[in-house]
Design a protein around this ligand. Structure first.
Ligand SMILES: Cc1cc2nc3c(=O)[nH]c(=O)nc-3n(C[C@H](O)[C@H](O)[C@H](O)COP(=O)(O)OP(=O)(O)OC[C@H]3O[C@@H](n4cnc5c(N)ncnc54)[C@H](O)[C@@H]3O)c2cc1C
Length: 424
């Protein structure tokens, strides 16, 4: 029909549009994990569309620390170095920590890890989520093969012959592989009818930036209490970002306190390990829930990051597992393309699921066991965990194993998480 033709001649408008709207991958969710996958696959020559609900924060006052921070492992650092974003993150702020100390409320169990013991300069970095997010977003903007669309909302997921998504604005985008990277409450996962197994932890996590009387000495500290763990994560200017997991009732009370009362309560809960708490910034609260998708894949669809697994923040592993998902899926599609196999085929995606689902499940189970063991006051269990921490602290090989695991350096690593001499 004439009205459908491009006035400048050439193909009908619908055909022209669909050529622009055909991709190798559509990544729904441009958070830290989805952005990492988009960068990795676009750099390997794939045509990628990223759909994101909102634009990330691009600037903030220099002395303000984001409420959301993550302890990034060495494996995540390598992923980010290999994606050429680590230097940009450094320029924004990353805070290394050299030691980690974990102990039990009212018990004698304690374990201390030190980077020098394993010949490393640090054990990892505390990084504001918005720093990682912005560096990856800017990298996506610099890549020709990433089509970044925001604000964008998916109205329909098509996993049949016309494989793709419909957007709220009526556009139809097609791709061989759709990736759900849209977080814990993933809309794409629900649209695909994939269930999650999990439960409420009956804990809320309060996050805030605090100024302690004493310098943290670059030590990440975690105290296990009956109601939940309390973490002090060191920021390079001497402040700490805290994650205080506790019962919903106590969280409500703590959130209702004025700053002076909150600082006092926090000083008490932390056994004044860094002296008094002199100041606290704005506070945020997050309900904690365990959720693991029953499957990570369907033909033409893969789940990564929190869309596949939501985990307790006590070991700071959530986004670190997500980066390994992204790196593994990137390896999977790159290998498939080299072997001329379809990237969205179930047999291709099985490799990704096999590599990640067991590993993530293991971490989820360990964190869950930790959470239960440390919330329990049954005397034999209390004794066992005290003994466990102390024995682990004294056993060189076990300690080495634990720390390598916490740094993300154990097990089979995807290429992006390995040291690459050409990286920064
Ligand atoms: C209190 C707390 C402390 C934590 N500390 C740590 C830590 O120290 N270390 C660690 O590794 N992890 C930590 N985590 C976990 C970590 O924050 C998450 O694992 C991580 O943010 C997951 O990243 P993601 O990209 O998968 O999902 P998200 O960060 O949830 O990103 C999802 C993205 O998708 C977008 N989106 C959502 N729905 C749609 C849609 N329908 N269409 C388009 N876009 C959409 C969102 O806007 C967002 O940008 C912590 C979590 C909490 C709650």
């Amino acid at each position: 029909m004439e009205s459908c033709r491009d006035l400048h001649g050439g193909s009908p408008l619908a055909e022209r549009e669909s050529a622009n709207d055909k991709f190798d991958l559509i990544v729904v969710g441009g958070g830290m994990v989805g952005s990492a996958l988009a960068c990795a696959t676009a750099e390997a020559g794939f045509k990628v569309c990223v759909l994101e609900m909102r634009e990330p924060t691009r600037s903030w006052p220099e002395d303000e620390v984001d409420l959301r921070v993550s302890a990034l492992t060495r494996a995540s650092q390598r992923v980010l170095e290999n994606l050429d974003v680590w230097e940009r993150m450094k320029s924004l702020r990353i805070s290394p920590y050299t030691d980690m100390e974990v102990w039990d409320e009212g018990g004698s169990g304690r374990i201390h890890f030190n980077a020098a013991e394993i010949g490393e300069a640090n054990l990892g970095h505390i990084v504001e989520n918005r720093v990682t997010q912005l560096a990856l977003w800017e990298r996506m903007e610099s890549l020709d093969d990433v089509d970044l669309r925001y604000p964008a909302r998916v109205s329909q997921l098509l996993l049949d012959g016309s494989q793709g998504v419909m957007l709220d604005d009526g556009s139809h985008l097609q791709a061989e592989l759709i990736v759900a990277a849209d977080g814990r409450d993933s809309q794409i996962r629900s649209m695909a009818g994939i269930d999650t197994k999990g439960w409420d932890y009956d804990q809320h996590a309060i996050v805030a930036t605090i100024t302690p009387e004493q310098h943290h000495g670059y030590v990440a500290r975690q105290r296990f209490m009956k109601a939940g763990p309390l973490a002090f994560l060191p920021i390079d200017d001497g402040r700490c970002s805290i994650v205080w997991s506790t019962s919903p009732q106590e969280a409500e009370q703590l959130m209702a306190m004025d700053d002076a009362a909150f600082c006092h309560a926090l000083g008490h809960a932390s056994e004044s390990m860094l002296g008094q708490i002199k100041a606290v910034g704005p506070r945020g609260v997050f309900p904690l829930r365990l959720g693991h998708a029953e499957t990570y894949i369907r033909p033409g669809l893969a789940l990564i990051g929190d869309a596949a697994h939501a985990i307790h923040p006590l070991a700071g592993q959530g986004v670190n597992l997500g980066f390994l998902d992204a790196a593994t899926l990137a390896d999977t599609v790159i290998e498939a393309r080299k072997a001329q196999r379809a990237i969205g085929a179930f047999s291709t995606l099985r490799r990704y699921e096999r590599a990640r689902k067991g590993a993530n499940m293991g971490m989820l189970a360990v964190m869950d066991a930790f959470k239960r063991a440390f919330s329990n006051e049954i005397p034999p269990l209390k004794l066992a965990r005290n003994l466990g921490l102390t024995l682990a602290d004294r056993s060189g090989p076990l300690k080495d194993l634990l720390i390598r695991r916490a740094m993300g350096l154990s097990g089979e690593l995807p290429s992006l998480a390995k040291y690459q001499p050409h990286g920064n």
